[in-house]
Design a protein around this ligand. Structure first.
Ligand code: PEP
Ligand code: MG
Length: 764
């Protein structure tokens, strides 16, 4: 127990004392008895406040519970007027209690009245109470209410008292969650909720929620034998540390997938004495090992909910992940196995592509993510899996419970959680309709993408996983316009060897048969860390940072290995490859030189070579867009990556939901850039493809066709609708209208594109 003399006790009235050591254990054992007792939930709440106020020598102990609208109702009190129970209701954010709920952090004050957020409620009779200590009642990261103690004296509650109250709040959380129905309709999540996000892959789906990392409340809260519990905790901690150390050692310098950075941070956290001390302390107070981990995890989860700073968020994510692993360790589970019931909707705060890939055989109905940031590659995997996906769903994880019914409307960027029967029926009908549409589209798969006036357009798919290749036949595409080779790296624990890379490339080429495949050399770096290339400093602007070709050129050994694997994988076949994020012609030339030396090496050692070699540059930076003439005779083809090109053109991060929809590719400046690229490519006699997402969107594709682009590469599911669109337009009418719109005065071509679409009776 800390020094009581600094408590500032002025009034001689009760001074609260936190139960510590044996006291804490006693309190927990009393709570345990209380919880085990038969009786009404309200009675139990009343008994809890009585017990807490007695044990902590507090003049007041009150429990406020959250309502659905985030207001808080006083549900039990010892020390305030009993008549206020059920009547005193604080609006969201109102008063000190509201502040604790909103920040999900403890709040301790010696003089509550002088705090600017203090809100006076005469009916409670709280006038004489100066000091205030409030802690949130948290469960699964959700605030269920606030537990408060108050004293007449102006005194500072110390850390141990805060801790003690937090432990009580945790026990209370179980009682409250179990009693939710009886106490307040808003506590358990039964009401339908809609959240709007950002579509990562279009489509509709109905399914049951499956939480990626469910926050499972511990089965056992209290420990009968604290020594035994401490022993269990220590064993689990040791096993966890060993497994992390093992991961790092096993993977050695070529660690991939689970990034070395992340693991190094895990290792630091896992060995952090203050983290361990918190866990041990919680166990010594009488909690089970699971409950102790859960308690510490709740605090991190709650802080995560409120943290704005991305670095802090990363840290808290890591800690939470570590605590989840520790819980799985305690439960004796294999943390690596991922499974879900078929037809489930995977719900996660965020997922890397590799994590999502773990579900590839699980028959998911859809994917919902709270954070869209890292989402772009998870989105691409979601597309490869062919499931509707939405990202940027704020507050998702805390509002969904395992098994909840979910409707995903990725077409409308909307998710319905626990929808009513009318909504479900409506979507069932829509899904049946879209199935019919899909069947109609699949009948088009053997027809050419030819306009009414006989202009052929080549449609390719974007791919990155071997099972993407199956889509080639399903949709009737000309080939693969963009094969994202980094996916193989991201999906494996260690860096793929030369052999693994080359056999993978060979299998892709073989599966594509006669159809061309354009491999893009790895586009890693930036926020896609390549740990095997050593530790890196954190970059302020990863998208503008050390990534893609820049990184490859700085690591010629690693880059040449990929080039060698591509040459080997394409022996006696055609090899088409292109470099990502080329910024200057010199970079392209440097990359090409490395490729040439690999070809020479293969010749020198008598290796089979590709029959044909085509080398392209991706036009993803404005700088290269203005250098196309200089690529004449050096490159064999170009591919416009509009996703990156537009992010750099508009200086707007493609993964930042706040800015992604702010600028329009159909605006005149962007269209002028694309027109110029097309013209310069013609002048330099370089075939050109568009492989960014815009090529698969109807209005954008119309504009691109009007500007003369004849090769588009897109996600496989877009090929059918795009064929239908192309087969419905007359190029001799479309092109003049697009050109006229380019000459007109309007800042965007979007309206004109819409009107063209209407005139061609396109269903957009
Ligand atoms: C692009 O930037 O448009 C592109 C196709 O590449 P990625 O989306 O993989 O960056
Ligand atoms: Mg790109």
């Amino acid at each position: 127990m800390s020094d009581r003399s600094r408590s500032g006790d002025k009034g001689g009235a009760h001074t609260p004392r936190a139960p510590s050591g044996g006291g804490a254990r006693l309190l927990l054992s009393r709570l345990r008895q209380l919880m085990a007792r038969q009786g009404q939930d309200q009675q139990k709440l009343d008994q809890v406040v009585e017990l807490v106020s007695k044990t902590m020598v507090a003049d007041v102990c009150s429990i406020y519970l959250s309502n659905e609208d985030k207001s808080l109702t006083l549900m039990a009190t010892q020390g305030l007027r009993k008549e206020a129970v059920g009547r005193t209701r604080l609006a969201e954010n109102e008063g000190l209690v509201g502040l604790v709920s909103a920040t999900t952090r403890p709040l301790r004050l010696t003089d509550a009245f002088s705090h600017p957020r203090f809100s006076y409620r005469p009916e409670t009779g709280e006038d004489p109470f100066h000091s205030f200590l409030g802690v949130p009642i948290l469960r699964g990261g959700r605030v269920l209410g606030v537990l408060v103690v108050q004293n007449r004296t102006e005194r500072a509650y110390d850390d141990e008292e805060v801790e003690a109250l937090q432990t009580i709040a945790m026990v209370l959380a179980e009682l409250v969650a179990g009693a939710a129905d009886a106490l307040s309709a808003g506590l358990r999540q039964t009401r339908p909720v809609e959240i709007r996000g950002r579509a990562l892959n279009e489509g509709l789906a109905i399914g049951r929620a499956h939480l990626y990392d469910p926050v499972v409340p511990p089965a056992r809260l209290f420990a009968a034998d604290p020594d035994l519990e401490e022993h269990r905790l220590n064993e689990a901690l040791e096993a966890l540390r060993n497994s992390i150390d093992g991961m790092l050692t096993r993977a050695g310098p070529v660690l991939f997938g689970e990034s070395r950075d992340v693991l190094e941070t895990y290792r630091l956290f896992a060995h952090d004495p203050s983290w361990e001390a918190r866990l041990v302390e919680a166990v010594r107070s009488g909690l089970s090992a699971e409950a102790a981990v859960d308690r510490v995890r709740r605090e991190h989860r709650a802080r995560l909910e409120n943290a704005r700073d991305s670095l802090v968020r990363e840290r808290l994510h890591d800690l939470e992940d570590l605590e989840n692993r520790l819980l799985r360790q305690l439960a004796g589970e294999d943390a690596a196995l991922r499974d879900s019931p078929p037809g489930a909707v995977l719900v996660a705060s965020r997922l890397g592509p590799a994590e999502l890939l773990e579900y590839r055989d699980a028959g998911l109905a859809g994917v919902l993510l709270e954070e869209a940031g890292a989402g772009s590659h998870a989105a691409i995997v979601a597309r490869a899996l062919g499931v509707p996906a939405i990202g940027g769903l704020t507050g998702l994880v805390t509002r969904v419970e395992e098994g909840d019914s979910i409707v995903i409307d990725a077409d409308g960027s909307l998710v319905h959680i626990r929808p009513g029967p009318e909504i479900v029926a409506n979507y069932q009908a829509r899904i049946a309709l879209s199935d019919e549409k899909l069947a109609a589209l699949s009948r088009l798969k053997d027809e050419p993408a030819r306009t009414l006036d006989g202009v052929d357009v080549d449609l390719f798919i974007n791919a990155g996983l071997s099972f993407d290749l199956d889509h080639l036949d399903e949709v009737g595409a000309k080939g693969v316009g963009l094969f994202r080779t980094e996916f193989q790296f991201m999906a494996s624990e260690t860096m793929p060897s030369l052999e693994e890379q080359s056999s993978f490339y060979k299998s892709v080429i073989d599966r594509a048969g006669d159809r061309p495949v354009t491999f893009r050399t790895i586009d890693l770096g930036g926020d896609k860390v390549a740990p095997f290339m050593g530790r890196r400093e954190r970059e302020e602007n990863p998208a503008l940072g050390w990534r893609a070709l820049r990184m490859a050129l700085d690591h010629p050994y690693f880059f040449r290995r990929q080039l060698r694997a591509l040459i080997r994988g394409a022996r006696r076949k055609t090899l088409r490859l292109m470099f990502p994020m080329v910024t200057t012609v010199e970079e392209f030339e440097a990359a090409r030189r490395l490729l040439d030396s690999e070809m020479e090496w293969a010749i020198k050692f008598g290796r089979d070579l590709p029959d044909k070699l085509f080398v392209g540059a991706m036009v993803e930076t404005p700088s290269l867009a203005f250098s196309i003439d200089s690529l004449k005779g050096k490159a064999d083809f170009l591919s416009v990556g509009t996703n990156d090109l537009m992010q750099f053109f508009f200086a707007a991060d493609r993964d930042n939901a706040r800015v992604t929809n702010r600028y329009d590719i159909l605006s005149r400046p962007a269209m002028r850039l694309l027109q110029r690229i097309r013209q310069r490519a013609d002048d330099a006699e370089l075939p050109i493809t568009v492989c960014g997402e815009s090529g698969g969107r109807p209005l954008e594709a119309l504009a691109l066709l009007g500007l003369g682009y004849r090769r588009l590469s897109m996600q496989a599911t877009r090929i059918g609708p795009m064929k239908l669109l192309i087969r419905s337009v007359d190029m001799s009418k479309l092109a003049p209208r697009v050109h006229a719109a380019m000459e007109g005065g309007s800042p965007s071509l979007r309206d004109e594109m819409l009107s063209i679409a209407r005139d061609f009776e396109l269903k957009i």
